[in-house]
Design a protein around this ligand. Structure first.
Ligand code: SF4
Length: 458
């Protein structure tokens, strides 16, 4: 009964968030930086911020997350952090020898007003950044937006500061996968390969934050988008950004800068969103869909159809990032479930409109809040109980208090494994998600069944 003081009565709150459904911008920027091969993320602020960002990612992935910091003290907080960043870049390149450093700001350096662009230019001019090495930088003030905004800002900056246009097409398709798991990034590449599309996926954390245990420490694991691919992104045939919140800015910026035509799709979570992604790949690359993809789709459809008695009409509460929640809500509706309470902490006006469109068949019975928090979600659940809760690890308190079957999905997941290795995007990912949902629902049914209704075959 850890949240026993959450009242059922809902009072309007504007200035106060309780248990926010989001975390801070630099975490997303740091995660994006890790998805470039040989890149060391750098936090331009105090050590405390960097320690928090690294520890959150370390706990989620159970991998040591490498990142540097400008280590602001009182002096830098008053006079600005230029000297700290220049010294940091010198130390980083001489000691850790990365190919790239991805600098993001923090609340402190943003409030001071440090001109990071100017500092990086000076570092290039002074030779602090060695020949053939790169520093990209982005602004991530955490008093606005969320970790998704930080991810988006860093990916856009990587695209703008690294992509080059030679005028000769490389015959490839840029895919910006959004703030998803390394398993999802690998699955997106697998789907593209099945369609004979050779993508430039950036960032790509597969093989970086879910690498093997080899007994040997690798400062820069084998995964990640090669810098040569980032440079070549300006010569691609097209760009597909997955998720309007995390990826749209990057593909639009590439379009404006290098004239690479772009489109923004939902993350391919569930049957319909994956259909749209496959169709987008097929169209931009001018390929046809092979039988192996149709077969995977058919398998997902088969399981949805077989398991309808366990899914139909079940009420669901969900919280997470908007790019995840939109296709997830669509998937739940597709499989016959009823998402009734939906909360995201990342602001953006289009969210509520999309969710209302997807859930239109239920009329006005759906609660949607953006930006909202977990406290409100709990209150909604108290007023209208649900059969299933889907959100990150923080949902476990609500699930325990209200005795609700619980599927962990989103960021962060601090108390289970699997998310880094098993995707939830694509048809295979949909099957995995469905297996998780059915697992908790059917376990609950077995737990609550009387001896006469306890069935061997379900
Ligand atoms: S001070 Fe800002 S950047 Fe640092 S941890 Fe807090 S919210 Fe994040």
């Amino acid at each position: 009964m850890l949240l026993r003081h959450t009242p059922k009565e809902i009072k309007e709150r504007k200035a106060l968030a309780v248990n926010p459904a989001k975390t801070c911008q630099p975490i997303g920027a740091m995660y994006a930086g890790l998805g470039i091969y040989g890149c060391l993320p750098h936090s331009h602020g105090s050590q405390g911020c960097c320690a928090y960002h690294r520890s959150t990612l370390t706990r989620h992935y159970r991998e040591p997350i490498m990142a540097a910091t400008s280590s602001f003290t009182e002096g830098a907080s008053v006079f600005g952090g230029q000297a700290n960043l220049l010294q940091a870049l010198l130390t980083i390149f001489t000691t850790y020898n990365p190919d790239m450093v991805a600098v993001h700001t923090t609340c402190l350096s943003e409030t001071i007003g440090d001109d990071v662009n100017q500092i990086v230019k000076k570092a290039y001019k002074d030779g602090t950044i060695p020949e053939g090495k790169y520093v990209v930088h982005t602004s991530t003030p955490s008093y606005v937006g969320s970790h998704v905004t930080g991810f988006s800002n860093m990916v856009k900056s990587i695209a703008v500061q690294m992509a080059e246009k030679t005028g000769k097409s490389n015959g490839r398709v840029n895919i910006v996968p959004g703030f998803v798991e390394p398993s999802d990034m690998a699955e997106i590449k697998r789907i593209a390969a099945m369609l004979s599309v050779n993508p430039i996926l950036f960032p790509d954390t597969s093989g970086v934050v879910n690498g093997p245990l080899t007994g040997k420490f690798e400062m820069y694991p084998k995964g990640g988008t090669p810098i040569s691919d980032l440079k070549s992104a300006g010569d691609s045939m097209a760009s597909i950004g997955l998720g309007a919140w995390a990826s749209a800015e990057a593909v639009k910026a590439l379009d404006a800068q290098c004239k690479v035509p772009c489109q923004v799709q939902d993350l391919p979570i569930g049957l319909l969103a994956t259909d749209r992604f496959v169709d987008a790949l097929r169209t931009v690359a001018g390929v046809s869909v092979p039988d192996c993809v149709t077969q995977e789709r058919g398998q997902l459809l088969d399981v949805i159809s077989d398991m309808q008695p366990h899914l139909y009409g079940k009420k669901v509460a969900i919280a997470g990032d908007p790019d995840q929640l939109i296709p997830l809500t669509e998937f739940l509706v597709t499989i016959g479930m009823k998402p009734v309470h939906i909360v995201t902490g990342t602001p953006g006006k289009a969210f509520t409109k999309r969710i209302k469109e997807i859930t239109a068949r239920f009329g006005d019975q759906i609660n949607v809040q953006n930006p909202g928090d977990m406290f409100l979600l709990h209150q909604w659940i108290k007023n209208e109980p649900v059969d299933l809760l889907i959100c990150n690890t923080y949902g476990k308190y609500m699930a325990r208090d209200e005795d609700i079957p619980f599927v962990r999905h989103g960021f962060p997941i601090l108390d289970r494994i699997g998310h880094a290795y098993f995707p939830t995007v694509g048809y295979k990912g949909g099957l995995h998600l469905l297996e998780k949902i059915l697992g908790v629902l059917m376990d609950r049914k077995d737990r609550d069944a009387s001896e006469e209704t306890f069935e061997l075959v379900e």
